[in-house]
Design a protein around this ligand. Structure first.
Ligand SMILES: [Zn+2]
Length: 257
């Protein structure tokens, strides 16, 4: 399915005229870089019940198993590279006077593409958090083994307590600062760009409704329809890695004229 030339023209105009932009990304963006999602049927993760590795109860029941799964995830992230969708979103940041990227992804592909004005709604796969004090540490800065045992589980450098992955698991709240920044940006934006997310979780509906209440235009780039598609003025049924660079070239060419 393709959008008509007229619609395409309107889309380019909308992106060129926007000033306050809120971008909301999800697993689809990472999947284009070869990172399997938790829901994918292939890969190590699918062999395990999410309730055992994506809940706090599951972690407490078997921290060695859960940590080793996240260690595997870190290796997958390290091997993946940002795609042209990530890179285009990073370029948008310096183009618009006001900009916030809110990602549900826990990898660092947006950061490696150059994004800085961003918040991570579901935590960060490279980080660990002390169960006692809540202090957060970057696992890359610590000398941790590739495979954990009961004796070598990650412990807090400050107090020695067990640490958990700094990920928002099922039934947990998203980080307050990331949520507040996303609400502020979505409710004051004139353009909301939805990329690679069905938007079913973590306030997707809310952000779209805040944006619409501010009369923003919603643009969705997603090969398949999701929960936010009905809010979107423009739905581009393509992977972000192909659609965004092509559209962005036209937008920047127009704004130079
Ligand atoms: Zn501690």
């Amino acid at each position: 399915m393709e959008i008509s030339p007229e619609t395409h023209e309107q889309l380019i105009n909308t992106l060129a005229k926007a000033r306050r932009v809120f971008v909301f990304t999800g697993a689809g963006a990472s999947k284009e870089s070869g990172l399997p999602t938790f829901r994918d049927i292939d890969g190590e993760w699918s062999k395990h019940d999410p309730m055992t590795f994506a809940t706090f109860e599951g972690f407490l029941a078997n921290p060695v198993k859960v940590w080793n799964l996240y260690r595997l995830r870190q290796r997958q992230i390290a091997e993946a590279k940002p795609n042209s969708g990530h890179i285009t979103i990073a370029r948008m940041e310096s183009f618009y006077p006001e900009f916030l990227l809110c990602t549900q992804n826990v990898d660092d592909l947006h950061e490696r593409a150059g994004s800085r004005k961003m918040v991570k709604l579901h935590g960060d796969a490279w980080q660990m958090r002390c169960l006692e004090t809540g202090d957060v540490f970057d696992t890359r800065e610590l000398d941790l083994p590739e495979e954990f045992t009961e004796e070598t589980l990650p412990r807090c450098p400050e107090c020695g307590s067990l640490c958990r992955p700094n990920i928002v698991w099922f039934g947990e709240y998203v980080p307050r600062e990331a949520m507040m920044a996303s609400i502020a940006s979505s409710s004051s934006c004139d353009l909301m760009l939805v990329v690679g997310t069905s938007g079913e979780v973590s306030g997707g509906y809310g952000f779209a409704e805040y944006a619409l209440a501010n009369r923003a235009t919603i643009v969705e780039v997603n090969p398949s329809q999701g929960a936010l598609t009905r809010y979107a003025t423009f739905w581009i049924p393509e992977p972000a890695g192909t659609a965004l660079p092509r559209i962005w070239e036209l937008v920047t060419a127009r704004s130079q004229n």
